[in-house]
Ligand binder design. Structure first.
Ligand code: UT7
Length: 329
């Protein structure tokens, strides 16, 4: 069996830091509420930096850490829900910026499960030999779809990007990817309305998605919470089982950083100690698909991982998607 090798990781987050205290000046909230309900303290918020720029900075950091040049990359895969253009893709903009001109590329939208879906997609291309080195980047500017008058969502989201250089390896790899759209309406952000001059009926939304203001991100927090505490353990269990391992074989789990309470509940359900879960939600908030690789890179930089370590990455979010992958360091 062939596994996936993480050759290097990198990240970029805007310098502009927004604290819980800062939110008390714009909405009716408190540091105490945000800290106890979510575990969040700080988010990095774009000061005008577009998604492609953050993605490119994270990519350069990962390439530097790998000691390889951008020309050696043959597949550029970007996961995002907050691209800068309908077209071209963020991947195209990254190629232009970093000079990865031997790569083909595309964007992938699986919301907060994006990095895990991206890792799995990269693995399939690596397995067939269609790509030898994949640069997987997850980049999000959630601040541009956040309604800063809605206290129930605005305190949660941050911006940032992180990247991993991937190749085939000899270790274990397995994954479990899932989607259940029954409740897709509990978490969404709509694109621009169709205002074409030939329409006689005007804008229509025959989807029943009625919660959001304009194109802002809407979330029924309680419904998503309920989904998350079930989906996360299920994805981890299935991916681990498929790898022929048991949960006790796993060294680290890197979960989507949406809420510390979701991770604590999942840890209890799985019967695993919190020490196995790597967390940085306090410093970044929820950065959608960027959250798992931001955490991966932070702990990688600290020298946390050693050859042979078995790591699970797990995400859940809009779609509703959920996914986990097991790989060996
Ligand atoms: O990345 C995609 C996946 N996203 C997630 O997984 C997020 C899942 N959901 C959650 O993490 C939680 O549901 C939240 C953190 C979003 C909310 O926490 P909660 O414990 O579920 O709070 P709630 O929505 O049940 O609201 C409790 C109370 C409400 O007041 P009442 O009705 O009890 O009077 C809210 O109006 O807290 C109020 N509230 C706030 N109070 C102060 C909501 N937001 C705030 C706020 N500050 N920012």
């Amino acid at each position: 069996m062939k596994g996936i090798k993480v050759l290097a990781t990198g990240r970029y987050a805007p310098d502009n830091l927004v604290t819980n205290e800062d939110f008390t000046k714009i909405v009716d909230t408190s540091d105490e509420w945000i800290t106890t309900r979510t575990g969040m303290k700080i988010r990095h918020i774009s000061d005008g930096e577009p998604t492609w720029m953050m993605a490119s900075k994270a990519a350069k950091h990962a390439l530097d850490n790998a000691g390889i040049s951008a020309e050696e990359i043959d597949m550029l895969l970007v996961t995002t829900v907050t691209g800068d253009f309908y077209s071209p893709s963020v991947a195209s903009m990254v190629q232009r910026e970093i000079g990865a001109f031997h790569a083909f590329g595309m964007d992938l939208n699986a919301a907060c499960s994006g990095f895990v879906y991206g890792m799995d997609t990269a693995y399939r291309y690596l397995l067939t030999g269609a790509a030898k080195k994949v640069l997987l980047i997850s980049a999000e500017t959630l601040s541009k779809i956040t309604d800063y008058t809605d206290r129930s969502t605005c305190v949660l989201f941050g911006d940032g990007a992180a990247a991993a250089v991937l190749a085939l390896g000899d270790g274990i790899y397995s994954s479990y990817l899932a989607m259940d759209a029954h409740d897709a309406h509990v978490l969404y952000a709509r694109t621009h309305d169709n205002l074409n001059p030939f329409s006689t009926k005007g804008t229509q939304h025959p989807d029943g998605f009625t919660g959001a203001k304009d194109h802002f991100l809407y979330m029924d927090g309680r419904a998503v919470y309920k989904f998350a505490v079930k989906a996360m353990p299920e994805a981890v269990e299935r991916a681990v089982e498929q790898a022929g391992l048991s949960l006790s074989d796993i060294d680290y789990i890197i979960p989507h950083q949406a809420n510390i309470r979701i991770v604590q509940t999942a840890a209890k359900t799985l019967g695993l100690p919190m020490e196995k879960f790597l967390i940085n939600v306090a410093e970044y908030g929820n950065t959608s698909s960027a959250s798992v690789p931001l955490c991966l890179d932070e702990y990688n930089e600290r020298g946390t991982f050693h050859p042979g370590d078995k790591i699970v990455v797990v995400g859940f979010g809009a779609g509703l998607t959920y996914a986990a992958a097991v790989f060996e360091w």
